[in-house]
Ligand binder design. Structure first.
Ligand SMILES: Nc1ncnc2c1ncn2[C@H]1C[C@H](O)[C@@H](COP(=O)(O)OP(=O)(O)OP(=O)(O)O)O1
Length: 868
């Protein structure tokens, strides 16, 4: 057996092993997915069973209302549900006192679910993590115990404004509380420090920032004294999720709070948060050095909130008009927040709403504090109805009658969304939470969170929440917050439950394959596509040359975007980032599951909205009646984002295949004739076309290398190639001094987009001779040099290839033209598997020639594929 055939055999076996491995990976992924589904189902069933057993056992607890809305995770190992229920009782030594202060000091008639349990647990000296939805009354769980205990409670809170709000409130109910932060006067700090060790306890709560704990040794020594005198009664860590890097608001100084439990082990610690998954809680437990905390997690559910996602119109004016129409009709005279992505957006959107006769003010971190507090006060007193705000308007906003929270741009994570939207309906009356979900917004946020630990992952979860019309919005949140959820619990208070009949499942396998094909093609051309370019390419926009090379889709642009988002969320596509000193670029690339699409049996489905909304009668949120119930009225007829949030059904048969823009070769015609005789399945056709394409590319390369000039055969592409020609007369200075031009050309190799034009080194009018061995010399005309330098700045890597390939490709040609050459060709240039120089040259030329008009004299050989 000769060397050649042995290599061949090895290659064949390698291909077969690779194919088998790919198949196995597919099976493994599918099995893993199945395993995840079953595990989640199993957990749900186990939990149901446990709850059934608990219910069957006699309970000594006096309160049952709270238990149904809670679950415990970290607590499981420490206390059984049964034991926990004991803490719902009112027969503790402190029960009378707490009851009295609840009504007397705090002027509240009764506890909300889980408040009593949390208070009893912390009063018993237990360490506790309390996860309770925003606005449910977590603060009471440490404020009331503080009032009922000897000494003072240390409260660690992330925001000074939040502390100030609380202190103002506590003062209004005659509970003494102080705060200490970096901007407090020396006298104030001294007085607070002294008060900490005063047995008369001049204050019941001391609020500090985590930074203060981390930085002030004096404070630690005072705390130690207070601890030794048994005056440090409790430590409350508000927004405890800030400890964990996996939480959505990680604050480095929270990581240092472990010192508290290490120094004061006997003091009960109470961590509070509205949003923390069990893994975040475990992280917090470790960071805070709490050996065996009890976790009480209230249901995340806010039954009075209606959740809705609307597709955002690509025309920003249209989406703003839609928001304005909602505010003026559905939420007439009611209070609300419009959350936006950036400070600039806050200003633009508020100005646009004002133009539409809505009294909306902007609010963002960059405003001066007086302006911020003015906006806050005016809004709180209903002098203005709408605040258009960034996330800076978040923690500590406690207006009870917020009837709507509209997200002009999606939040960066589900946790963030939950908190932001949770500002609505704190008075327990109905309120709406609406997101405007726009395709480009995903990538705006993506570049912002790229540096965050799990920023991308969290953003994709948020995108999934918006895109997914398969499941109740509450159930998606429940999964996120590790809560077992029964869909019935939604009570039609989300758009997917309310419009369930308007959705249908469609097969998007073929569409997915087209997208993958475009990205593969782009990769083979060493080109990166931004999400918008990808949609452009797929929907038939962009350079004519590219359109001819790909299968464009018949889907509308919003549908195409929906499919791409789905592929991204499901891992068929993934993100690729490129950093420059000035900005971050976001590109799409194939995801880990893209290879599955080559498997004929692999199908991909998604639910889409099929029914046109038309002029929708929408529920008008009317001010609550005195009984707290809100009447649902079909009074206002609003054009509810007409047509935007609906999709035509994507027909899951061959009719959805896009038109082929490629010219049919005789060979293709034969093939299609054969197909008519022997029909193959759609997937077969695809696979055939796919492998056909790969093979053709390889074949074409081989042929190209064999032949001189621009003769293409057996290829379906039709490409215009422009070549810069310099006339054959004389040798330039540059030619005599190759290094000169070389230097000129390679001076700036930065890939950062710059548009500095280079001054010519060579006279434009000079004519150059093409050397038979171009890689040995540097010939370059002024114009070509300028062109190359300019292009190099964009595509330095590709240009190296162009330069080199130009000579490989054009050097032997009979054409007297050469674009440029470089002294040292990139001998180690690594091209993707099976991609040859000529092929790469071809694609680069195609692209570059589409982008730039080069040179003084142009030859435009039109190469028609498939013309032998
Ligand atoms: N038992 C109760 N009965 C009636 N109102 C209550 C009760 N407990 C608290 N509240 C009110 C006080 C506040 O106006 C409002 C929200 O309480 P608060 O403690 O600020 O919520 P929270 O701390 O859970 O929200 P956030 O996560 O936004 O900080 O609820």
């Amino acid at each position: 057996m000769d060397g050649g055939s042995r290599t061949n055999d090895v290659q064949v076996e390698l291909d077969s092993v690779e194919a088998e491995l790919e198949h196995l990976e597919l099976q493994i992924a599918e099995l893993l997915q199945k395993q995840a589904e079953l595990t989640s189902r199993k957990n749900a069933l186990v939990q149901q069973l446990e709850e059934a057993c608990d219910a069957a056992q006699p309970s000594s607890s006096s309160s049952s209302s709270s238990s149904s809305s809670s679950k415990s995770s970290v607590a499981d190992s420490v206390m059984s549900t049964q034991e926990l229920k004991l803490y719902d009782g009112t027969d503790f030594p402190w029960s009378k006192d707490t009851e009295q202060h609840l009504k007397g000091s705090f002027r509240l008639s009764k506890f909300r679910p889980l408040q009593l349990r949390a208070i009893n647990l912390t009063m018993s000296g237990k360490d506790l993590f309390l996860v309770m939805p925003t606005g449910r009354g977590k603060s009471l769980c440490y404020q009331l115990p503080a009032v009922c205990s000897k000494g003072f409670t240390l409260v660690i809170s992330p925001l000074v404004s939040l502390m100030e709000d609380q202190i103002m409130y506590l003062k209004s109910i005659n509970v003494s509380a102080v705060l200490m932060n970096a901007s407090c006067s020396k006298e104030h700090t001294k007085a607070v420090m002294a008060g900490m060790t005063d047995p008369k306890a001049p204050f019941k709560l001391v609020y500090v920032t985590p930074e203060k704990i981390a930085k002030s040794k004096l404070l630690m020594s005072r705390l130690e004294k207070a601890y030794n005198a048994s005056l440090l009664s409790r430590i409350a860590v508000d927004e405890v999720h800030c400890c964990s890097q996996w939480g959505h608001d990680f604050r480095p100084d929270y990581k240092l709070l472990g010192i508290l439990k290490r120094q004061f082990p006997k003091v009960p610690l109470l961590g509070l948060t509205a949003t923390a998954t069990s893994s975040v809680l475990r992280d917090c437990q470790k960071i805070l050095c709490v050996p065996q905390p009890i976790a009480i997690t209230a249901s995340f559910n806010r039954p009075n909130l209606y959740y809705e996602v609307r597709m955002k119109d690509s025309d920003s004016d249209a989406s703003l008009s839609d928001i304005a129409s909602l505010i003026k009709n559905r939420y007439k005279d009611q209070s609300g927040i419009v959350y936006v992505f950036s400070q600039k957006d806050a200003e633009v959107v508020s100005a646009e709403l004002q133009k539409r006769d809505i009294l909306a003010y902007s609010y963002h971190a960059n405003m001066n504090p007086d302006d911020k507090s003015l906006v806050h006060r005016k809004w709180a007193s209903n002098k203005i109805r709408v605040v258009v705000a960034t996330v800076a308007f978040g923690m500590g906003i406690d207006k009870p009658d917020v009837r709507f929270v509209i997200h002009h741009t999606i939040s960066k994570s589900i946790e963030n969304y939950y908190q932001e939207s949770g500002r609505a309906g704190r008075d327990d009356h109905p309120a709406d939470c609406i997101i405007y979900f726009g395709f480009p917004d995903i990538f705006r946020i993506s570049t912002m969170v790229v540096m965050e630990n799990v920023g991308q992952q969290k953003l994709l979860q948020m995108v999934d929440y918006c895109q997914n019309v398969d499941r109740c919005r509450r159930s998606l949140m429940a999964v996120h917050f590790d809560e077992v959820w029964d869909n019935e619990g939604c009570n039609q208070m989300c758009d997917t439950c309310r419009h369930a009949k308007d959705y249908t499942t469609v097969d998007i396998t073929q569409h997915a394959r087209q997208v993958v094909q475009i990205l593969e093609l782009a990769a083979s051309m060493d080109e990166k596509l931004t999400p918008l370019k990808l949609v452009d390419a797929w929907t038939g926009k962009g350079p004519a040359k590219r359109r001819k090379m790909i299968e464009t889709t018949t889907l509308s642009r919003p549908q195409a975007e929906t499919v791409i988002v789905q592929l991204l969320v499901q891992g068929y596509l993934s993100e690729d980032f490129s950093f420059t000193p000035y900005t971050t670029y976001f590109y799409m690339k194939l995801g880990r599951k893209a290879c599955f699409l080559k498997n004929q049996s692999h199908t991909l489905r998604m639910k889409m909205r099929t029914k046109e909304n038309g002029t929708a009668k929408v529920r008008a949120v009317v001010p609550p009646t005195p009984t707290g119930r809100q009447a649902d009225k079909d009074t206002s007829t609003v054009k509810a984002n007409e047509g935007d949030n609906t999709f035509d059904p994507i027909v899951p048969d061959n009719s959805c295949l896009p038109q082929h823009k490629q010219k049919l070769t005789p060979e293709h015609r034969n093939k299609s004739a054969k197909r008519k005789l022997n029909p193959v399945s759609q997937t077969d056709q695809w696979t055939e076309r796919w492998t056909d394409r790969d093979k053709k590319l390889t074949d074409r390369c081989a042929e190209e290398e064999d032949k001189s000039g621009f003769i293409m055969s057996q290829h379906v592409f039709e490409v215009d190639v422009e070549i810069n020609i310099m006339r054959n007369s004389g040798v330039s200075d540059a030619q005599k001094n190759p290094s000169h031009a070389d230097k000129h050309c390679s001076r700036n190799e930065s890939t950062a987009p710059q548009r500095v034009r280079q001054k010519g080194l060579i006279d434009d009018t000079q004519s150059l001779t093409v050397n038979s061995s171009p890689s040995q010399i540097s010939i370059i005309s002024d114009t070509a040099a300028e062109e190359l330098c300019d292009l190099r700045k964009y595509y330095s890597k590709q240009l190296r290839r162009i330069n080199y390939i130009s000579h490989e490709y054009l050097g032997q040609s009979r054409e007297p033209g050469v674009l440029a050459c470089i002294r040292e060709p990139w001998r180690n240039l690594r091209l993707p598997h099976r991609v040859k120089f000529s092929q790469t040259a071809w694609s680069l030329w195609t692209r570059v020639s589409g982008r730039r008009k080069v040179g003084q004299t142009e030859v435009r050989p039109v190469i028609h594929g498939a013309k032998e």
